[in-house]
Design a protein around this ligand. Sequence first.
Ligand SMILES: NC(=O)c1ccc[n+]([C@@H]2O[C@H](COP(=O)([O-])OP(=O)(O)OC[C@H]3O[C@@H](n4cnc5c(N)ncnc54)[C@H](O)[C@@H]3O)[C@@H](O)[C@H]2O)c1
Length: 262
Amino acid sequence: MEKRFQGKVVIITGAGNGLGRATAERLAREGATLALVDINPEFLARTQEALEAVAPGVRTLLVTANVAREADVAGFVEQTLTTFGRIDGLYNNAGIEGRQNPVADYDSAEFDRVIDVNLKGVFYGMKHVLPQMVRQRSGAIVNASSVGGIRAVPNQVGYGASKAAVAGMTRDAAIEYGIYGISVNAIAPGAIMTDMVVGSLKQIGGEEGWEEAGRRFVSVNPKQRFGRPEEVASLVAYLLSQEAEFINGAVIPIDGGQSAAY
Ligand SMILES: NC(=O)c1ccc[n+]([C@@H]2O[C@H](COP(=O)([O-])OP(=O)(O)OC[C@H]3O[C@@H](n4cnc5c(N)ncnc54)[C@H](O)[C@@H]3O)[C@@H](O)[C@H]2O)c1
């Protein structure tokens, strides 16, 4: 495999599972040094084990932190700099779906919780990493939006609001920091098979009916299937790499074409 990330330092939030873990594996195989952040230390340990298997000797820093807390975010950025001396990439990936309900029944505290992690977490990540990237005059950030942020998805008003805001913040930061050699983009995944999507399907179809709910969901996808975490990892790796230097302010769907349909 090509080593596009030799000598590069990348921070991944939510690196303990799903898309974050798959991206950690991809970047490690491409030579990256990684700061891996998650709220769950056991998940982080599992990612570390997976990395040792695919990229023995990979340099990592594991940080248990909550991206919804600004002090935690400032802390893992500081630790990354103290340990590795630079930051070339940030994948602002940590996120939660929240309890599904139509707007009038959507719990207000749940709305706050989803916004705190998905929206404020991404803002804090950019806010604390960008000064270092400006000093370096280089860097790339990938933010986690969603098809739920560019199209309507029922019963997910908190999630949809947070992911639409991530798309907006991505464009704002992109035009402010492009001049410093920095790129800021977002990805908008459709349904990629991770624990989050299993959880979402269980909210729709229950413990018994979630697989059937999944089959119904992908029956209207042009590709007739769920996405795979490695496919998202490949897109994120590209966007974080030097090859994508001229892509800035984009929100890129990765969904088999599902969001293109009327
Ligand atoms: N899987 C999909 O289909 C899909 C689609 C669109 C967008 N996304 C977005 O991609 C991102 C990753 O999703 P996933 O499917 O891999 O989810 P996942 O639930 O499999 O993994 C999320 C990881 O983030 C961590 N995390 C949660 N809250 C955190 C917090 N406050 N601070 C630090 N870490 C935290 C979890 O412990 C977990 O390890 C999310 O932002 C999600 O909204 C996923």
